[in-house]
Design a protein around this ligand. Structure first.
Ligand code: G1P
Length: 294
Protein backbone atom coordinates (compact mmCIF):
# COMPACT_ATOMS: atom_id res chain seq x y z
CA UNK A 1 0.00 0.00 0.00
CA UNK A 2 1.49 3.36 -0.97
CA UNK A 3 2.45 6.01 1.56
CA UNK A 4 0.46 9.24 1.22
CA UNK A 5 0.10 10.56 4.77
CA UNK A 6 2.60 12.49 6.86
CA UNK A 7 2.23 13.10 10.57
CA UNK A 8 4.08 16.06 12.07
CA UNK A 9 4.09 16.26 15.88
CA UNK A 10 3.97 19.97 16.75
CA UNK A 11 2.66 20.21 20.28
CA UNK A 12 5.99 20.90 22.01
CA UNK A 13 6.33 23.96 24.21
CA UNK A 14 9.63 25.14 22.72
CA UNK A 15 11.04 25.99 26.14
CA UNK A 16 14.60 26.13 24.81
CA UNK A 17 13.68 29.22 22.82
CA UNK A 18 11.85 31.21 25.47
CA UNK A 19 10.92 34.02 25.47
CA UNK A 20 10.65 33.86 21.63
CA UNK A 21 8.21 30.97 21.99
CA UNK A 22 6.09 32.43 24.78
CA UNK A 23 3.22 33.44 22.52
CA UNK A 24 4.21 31.93 19.20
CA UNK A 25 4.99 28.29 18.37
CA UNK A 26 8.59 27.19 17.95
CA UNK A 27 7.64 25.67 14.60
CA UNK A 28 7.11 29.21 13.30
CA UNK A 29 10.66 30.39 14.07
CA UNK A 30 12.08 31.61 10.76
CA UNK A 31 14.93 29.72 9.16
CA UNK A 32 16.09 32.51 6.84
CA UNK A 33 12.67 33.62 5.54
CA UNK A 34 10.50 30.53 5.95
CA UNK A 35 9.17 29.11 9.20
CA UNK A 36 10.91 25.86 10.15
CA UNK A 37 7.68 23.88 9.77
CA UNK A 38 7.36 24.90 6.12
CA UNK A 39 10.63 23.14 5.23
CA UNK A 40 9.24 19.97 6.80
CA UNK A 41 5.92 20.15 4.95
CA UNK A 42 7.76 20.83 1.67
CA UNK A 43 9.97 17.80 2.29
CA UNK A 44 6.91 15.60 2.83
CA UNK A 45 5.27 16.90 -0.34
CA UNK A 46 8.44 16.30 -2.38
CA UNK A 47 8.39 12.67 -1.22
CA UNK A 48 4.84 12.31 -2.57
CA UNK A 49 2.96 12.73 0.72
CA UNK A 50 -0.01 14.91 -0.05
CA UNK A 51 -1.92 14.56 3.20
CA UNK A 52 -0.33 16.18 6.24
CA UNK A 53 -1.64 15.83 9.78
CA UNK A 54 -0.19 18.14 12.42
CA UNK A 55 -0.53 17.07 16.01
CA UNK A 56 -0.80 20.36 17.83
CA UNK A 57 -1.65 21.81 21.21
CA UNK A 58 -2.55 25.14 22.74
CA UNK A 59 -0.94 28.27 21.21
CA UNK A 60 -0.63 26.69 17.76
CA UNK A 61 -3.11 28.86 15.81
CA UNK A 62 -0.31 30.53 13.81
CA UNK A 63 0.45 27.13 12.24
CA UNK A 64 -3.10 26.84 10.96
CA UNK A 65 -3.01 30.39 9.65
CA UNK A 66 0.28 29.79 7.87
CA UNK A 67 -1.09 26.92 5.81
CA UNK A 68 -4.39 28.69 5.08
CA UNK A 69 -5.45 31.49 2.72
CA UNK A 70 -4.50 35.01 3.81
CA UNK A 71 -7.12 36.88 1.83
CA UNK A 72 -6.38 40.45 2.98
CA UNK A 73 -2.66 40.01 2.48
CA UNK A 74 -3.21 38.50 -0.97
CA UNK A 75 -5.45 41.42 -1.99
CA UNK A 76 -2.90 43.95 -0.79
CA UNK A 77 -0.05 42.24 -2.68
CA UNK A 78 -2.23 41.93 -5.78
CA UNK A 79 -3.04 45.66 -5.64
CA UNK A 80 0.68 46.43 -5.41
CA UNK A 81 1.44 44.10 -8.32
CA UNK A 82 3.93 42.17 -6.13
CA UNK A 83 3.69 38.83 -7.94
CA UNK A 84 6.69 37.22 -6.25
CA UNK A 85 5.47 37.73 -2.69
CA UNK A 86 1.91 36.90 -3.71
CA UNK A 87 3.15 33.55 -4.98
CA UNK A 88 5.10 32.97 -1.73
CA UNK A 89 1.95 33.65 0.31
CA UNK A 90 -0.26 31.42 -1.84
CA UNK A 91 2.29 28.61 -2.03
CA UNK A 92 1.88 27.60 1.61
CA UNK A 93 -1.82 26.97 1.38
CA UNK A 94 -1.56 25.13 -1.92
CA UNK A 95 1.20 22.80 -0.76
CA UNK A 96 -0.83 19.94 0.68
CA UNK A 97 -4.08 19.07 2.41
CA UNK A 98 -3.12 20.00 5.98
CA UNK A 99 -5.20 18.66 8.86
CA UNK A 100 -4.92 19.19 12.60
CA UNK A 101 -5.58 17.14 15.67
CA UNK A 102 -4.90 18.20 19.23
CA UNK A 103 -2.76 16.06 21.49
CA UNK A 104 -4.41 17.19 24.74
CA UNK A 105 -1.89 16.33 27.45
CA UNK A 106 1.65 16.26 26.07
CA UNK A 107 2.78 12.81 27.18
CA UNK A 108 5.59 12.17 24.76
CA UNK A 109 6.26 11.42 21.11
CA UNK A 110 4.51 8.03 21.26
CA UNK A 111 1.42 9.72 22.63
CA UNK A 112 1.54 12.36 19.85
CA UNK A 113 1.78 9.70 17.14
CA UNK A 114 -1.10 7.77 18.68
CA UNK A 115 -3.26 10.89 18.32
CA UNK A 116 -2.92 10.38 14.54
CA UNK A 117 -4.38 6.84 14.59
CA UNK A 118 -7.87 7.69 13.44
CA UNK A 119 -6.73 10.00 10.65
CA UNK A 120 -4.10 7.57 9.37
CA UNK A 121 -6.24 4.43 9.44
CA UNK A 122 -4.79 1.16 8.22
CA UNK A 123 -1.96 2.34 5.96
CA UNK A 124 1.75 2.95 6.30
CA UNK A 125 2.52 6.59 7.09
CA UNK A 126 5.45 8.91 7.64
CA UNK A 127 6.36 10.81 10.80
CA UNK A 128 8.51 13.93 10.47
CA UNK A 129 9.88 15.72 13.52
CA UNK A 130 10.10 19.45 13.02
CA UNK A 131 13.37 19.97 14.91
CA UNK A 132 15.29 18.05 12.26
CA UNK A 133 15.60 19.69 8.86
CA UNK A 134 16.94 17.56 6.03
CA UNK A 135 18.58 19.42 3.17
CA UNK A 136 16.28 19.45 0.16
CA UNK A 137 19.09 18.08 -2.03
CA UNK A 138 19.29 14.88 0.05
CA UNK A 139 16.42 12.55 -0.73
CA UNK A 140 16.14 10.74 2.61
CA UNK A 141 12.37 10.45 2.90
CA UNK A 142 12.04 9.33 -0.73
CA UNK A 143 14.53 6.55 -0.03
CA UNK A 144 12.74 5.54 3.18
CA UNK A 145 9.39 5.31 1.39
CA UNK A 146 11.01 3.15 -1.32
CA UNK A 147 12.52 0.84 1.32
CA UNK A 148 9.16 0.53 3.07
CA UNK A 149 7.45 -0.33 -0.21
CA UNK A 150 10.05 -2.98 -0.97
CA UNK A 151 10.43 -4.59 2.44
CA UNK A 152 7.19 -3.75 4.24
CA UNK A 153 7.11 -3.12 7.99
CA UNK A 154 8.62 0.11 9.31
CA UNK A 155 11.64 2.19 8.38
CA UNK A 156 13.60 4.58 10.62
CA UNK A 157 16.20 7.18 9.65
CA UNK A 158 19.54 6.73 11.39
CA UNK A 159 22.65 8.86 11.47
CA UNK A 160 26.04 8.22 13.00
CA UNK A 161 26.74 10.77 15.75
CA UNK A 162 29.79 11.34 17.96
CA UNK A 163 29.77 8.83 20.81
CA UNK A 164 29.36 11.52 23.49
CA UNK A 165 26.12 12.68 21.84
CA UNK A 166 24.30 9.36 21.53
CA UNK A 167 22.56 9.87 24.89
CA UNK A 168 20.57 12.72 23.29
CA UNK A 169 18.87 10.35 20.83
CA UNK A 170 17.10 7.09 20.35
CA UNK A 171 19.83 4.56 19.54
CA UNK A 172 19.71 1.51 17.23
CA UNK A 173 21.48 -1.84 17.25
CA UNK A 174 21.67 -3.03 13.65
CA UNK A 175 22.52 -6.02 11.55
CA UNK A 176 24.49 -5.34 8.41
CA UNK A 177 26.29 -2.34 7.02
CA UNK A 178 25.59 -0.04 4.12
CA UNK A 179 22.74 2.36 3.63
CA UNK A 180 19.89 0.02 4.50
CA UNK A 181 20.23 -2.10 7.65
CA UNK A 182 17.99 -4.35 9.66
CA UNK A 183 17.29 -3.02 13.13
CA UNK A 184 17.71 -5.55 15.93
CA UNK A 185 17.21 -3.30 18.96
CA UNK A 186 16.22 0.23 19.92
CA UNK A 187 16.73 2.13 23.14
CA UNK A 188 15.67 5.70 23.93
CA UNK A 189 18.50 8.02 25.01
CA UNK A 190 20.86 5.46 26.57
CA UNK A 191 23.89 6.58 28.61
CA UNK A 192 26.90 6.53 26.24
CA UNK A 193 28.47 3.51 27.96
CA UNK A 194 25.30 1.46 27.49
CA UNK A 195 24.57 2.48 23.89
CA UNK A 196 24.63 -0.47 21.47
CA UNK A 197 26.03 1.76 18.68
CA UNK A 198 26.55 5.36 17.65
CA UNK A 199 23.61 5.21 15.24
CA UNK A 200 21.05 7.80 16.34
CA UNK A 201 17.42 7.94 15.32
CA UNK A 202 16.88 11.19 13.47
CA UNK A 203 13.38 12.53 13.14
CA UNK A 204 12.08 10.64 10.09
CA UNK A 205 10.04 7.45 10.24
CA UNK A 206 7.88 5.49 7.79
CA UNK A 207 5.72 3.29 9.99
CA UNK A 208 3.37 0.37 9.64
CA UNK A 209 -0.07 1.11 11.13
CA UNK A 210 0.47 -1.80 13.54
CA UNK A 211 2.52 0.66 15.61
CA UNK A 212 -0.75 2.14 16.91
CA UNK A 213 -1.70 -1.13 18.60
CA UNK A 214 1.63 -1.21 20.39
CA UNK A 215 1.42 2.48 21.34
CA UNK A 216 -1.90 1.75 23.06
CA UNK A 217 -0.30 -0.82 25.35
CA UNK A 218 3.25 0.32 26.17
CA UNK A 219 3.99 1.73 29.62
CA UNK A 220 5.56 5.18 30.00
CA UNK A 221 9.29 5.05 29.31
CA UNK A 222 12.19 7.45 29.63
CA UNK A 223 11.22 10.71 31.35
CA UNK A 224 7.82 9.22 32.24
CA UNK A 225 6.71 9.76 28.63
CA UNK A 226 5.26 7.35 26.07
CA UNK A 227 8.17 6.80 23.73
CA UNK A 228 7.84 5.97 20.03
CA UNK A 229 11.23 4.26 20.32
CA UNK A 230 9.82 1.80 22.89
CA UNK A 231 6.89 0.92 20.62
CA UNK A 232 9.24 0.29 17.68
CA UNK A 233 11.47 -1.86 19.89
CA UNK A 234 8.41 -4.05 20.54
CA UNK A 235 7.52 -4.20 16.85
CA UNK A 236 10.94 -5.68 16.02
CA UNK A 237 9.82 -9.00 17.52
CA UNK A 238 6.99 -9.44 15.03
CA UNK A 239 7.69 -7.32 11.92
CA UNK A 240 10.58 -6.10 9.81
CA UNK A 241 12.03 -2.79 11.00
CA UNK A 242 14.75 -1.34 8.80
CA UNK A 243 17.03 1.64 9.13
CA UNK A 244 18.18 3.96 6.37
CA UNK A 245 21.58 5.33 7.36
CA UNK A 246 21.65 8.98 6.36
CA UNK A 247 24.98 10.55 5.42
CA UNK A 248 23.64 13.85 4.08
CA UNK A 249 23.02 17.30 5.46
CA UNK A 250 20.84 17.58 8.56
CA UNK A 251 20.17 20.77 10.47
CA UNK A 252 18.97 20.65 14.06
CA UNK A 253 16.71 23.59 14.78
CA UNK A 254 15.71 22.38 18.25
CA UNK A 255 18.80 23.78 19.93
CA UNK A 256 19.71 27.48 19.89
CA UNK A 257 23.29 27.12 18.69
CA UNK A 258 22.42 24.55 16.02
CA UNK A 259 19.49 26.71 14.97
CA UNK A 260 21.83 29.66 14.41
CA UNK A 261 24.20 27.44 12.42
CA UNK A 262 21.29 26.24 10.27
CA UNK A 263 20.17 29.80 9.52
CA UNK A 264 23.70 30.90 8.56
CA UNK A 265 24.39 27.82 6.43
CA UNK A 266 21.12 27.93 4.57
CA UNK A 267 21.38 31.69 3.98
CA UNK A 268 24.99 31.30 2.81
CA UNK A 269 23.88 28.81 0.17
CA UNK A 270 21.16 31.04 -1.25
CA UNK A 271 21.81 32.85 -4.52
CA UNK A 272 20.18 36.04 -3.33
CA UNK A 273 21.61 36.26 0.20
CA UNK A 274 24.73 34.08 0.11
CA UNK A 275 27.27 36.28 -1.68
CA UNK A 276 26.65 39.47 0.36
CA UNK A 277 26.36 37.48 3.62
CA UNK A 278 29.64 35.64 3.05
CA UNK A 279 31.43 38.81 1.98
CA UNK A 280 30.28 40.52 5.19
CA UNK A 281 31.18 37.48 7.35
CA UNK A 282 34.74 37.38 5.93
CA UNK A 283 35.18 41.06 6.49
CA UNK A 284 33.82 40.87 10.03
CA UNK A 285 35.98 37.85 10.96
CA UNK A 286 39.09 39.84 10.10
CA UNK A 287 37.99 43.11 11.62
CA UNK A 288 38.93 44.45 15.06
CA UNK A 289 35.24 44.44 16.03
CA UNK A 290 35.06 40.61 15.74
CA UNK A 291 34.75 39.13 19.28
CA UNK A 292 38.10 37.82 20.53
CA UNK A 293 40.12 39.74 17.94
CA UNK A 294 43.25 41.35 19.46
C1 G1P B 1 12.92 12.29 19.73
C2 G1P B 1 12.94 10.76 19.82
C3 G1P B 1 14.38 10.26 19.74
C4 G1P B 1 15.03 10.78 18.48
C5 G1P B 1 14.92 12.33 18.39
C6 G1P B 1 15.39 12.81 17.03
O1 G1P B 1 13.51 12.82 20.88
O2 G1P B 1 12.34 10.35 21.03
O3 G1P B 1 14.40 8.86 19.73
O4 G1P B 1 16.39 10.41 18.44
O5 G1P B 1 13.56 12.75 18.56
O6 G1P B 1 15.41 14.21 16.95
P1 G1P B 1 13.40 14.38 21.30
O7 G1P B 1 14.48 15.08 20.55
O8 G1P B 1 12.04 14.83 20.90
O9 G1P B 1 13.62 14.41 22.77
Amino acid sequence: MSVTKAVIPAAGLGTRFLPATKASPKEMLPVVDKPAIQYVVEEAVRAGLTDVLMVTGRNKRPLEDHFDRAVELELALEAKGDAVRLEAVRHTNELAAVHYVRQGDAKGLGHAVLAAAQHVGDEPFAVLLGDDLIDHRDLLLEQMVAVQQEKGGSVIALMEVPHDQISLYGCAAVDGSGDVVRITGLVEKPPADEAPSDLAIIGRYVLAPSVFEVLRTIPPGRGGEYQLTDALQELIATEPVHGVVFRGRRYDTGDRLDYLKAVVRLAAERDDLGPPLLAWLREWLDSPSFPGQP
